[in-house]
Design a protein around this ligand. Structure first.
Ligand SMILES: [Zn+2]
Length: 117
């Protein structure tokens, strides 16, 4: 059978669909990565705020227990969201050098810096 123009169009369309699927996948992976990074930044900010409120309470004898409870609640929620997002990102990579568990998309160990396989 002769390879005709319609076959060429069909093959091209398939190739384009494959490229588009790959690109979509890459976008959703980097989106998920950005989302986790954002959660970690938020969490850090909440810990910082909690430390500041705690310091203020002890430095001035102001009653900050209500603020602290509110912040702890927010931290717990963020931690749960981050844990969920990390689980969704795939099986953790265990470092062959130090045994630390790393996120599936990490290239290097977050504890010792060894390249992950
Ligand atoms: Zn390691």
């Amino acid at each position: 059978m002769k390879y005709g123009f319609d076959d060429f169009i069909g093959d091209s369309k398939e190739a384009i669909d494959k490229v588009a699927a790959k690109a979509n996948n890459a976008v959703s992976v980097s989106k998920a990565y950005a989302q986790r990074a954002q959660l970690r930044v938020k969490l850090k900010e909440k810990y910082y705020e909690l430390g500041r409120v705690c310091y203020n309470m002890h430095a001035t004898d102001a009653d900050e227990s209500g603020n602290m409870k509110k912040l702890i609640k927010e931290i717990k929620l963020l931690e749960a969201q981050l844990e969920y997002a990390e689980e969704a990102s795939g099986k953790p990579k265990v470092c062959a050098y130090c045994g630390a568990k790393n996120q599936a998309d990490n290239l290097y160990c977050s504890r010792c810096g060894e390249r992950l396989k």
